[in-house]
Write a new protein. Structure first.
Length: 112
């Protein structure tokens, strides 16, 4: 699969996390992006195309600052595990940039 936003970085397979792309910037900086985060990114790209580049830049800036980051879909239900990495949700990035997508989905109106 081609990851256009991160095409400038080496993509490496990690046998311990086979479903999560692992991008290497250099010997000190690398990051994982869970598949659900790509889905979230696509949503932001559709709703905020003029600000999307800011999200990608902030993600990469965070990696440069913290060195090892795993972008997870949900802190409580992540599936990529790696010692020595900082876990971050995309909402951490987008909220700090004040880029929001209103979640209008809700459960059924039919009670128990």
């Amino acid at each position: 699969m081609m990851y256009e936003d991160f095409k400038d970085y080496k993509l490496e397979k990690d046998p311990s996390n086979p479903f999560t792309p692992h991008f290497i910037i250099d010997d000190e900086h690398d990051f994982y992006v869970e598949p659900v985060v790509f889905t979230q990114l696509n949503g932001f790209k559709e709703r905020h195309p003029d600000k999307y580049h800011l999200i990608i830049k902030a993600m990469l800036d965070k990696v440069m600052k913290l060195k090892k980051v795993i972008y997870v879909g949900d802190f409580e239900n992540y599936f990529t595990e790696k010692d020595g990495y900082v876990y971050s949700e995309l909402i951490d990035i987008t909220d700090s940039l004040q880029i929001f997508v209103e979640d209008k989905s809700r459960g059924s109106d039919y009670g128990d």
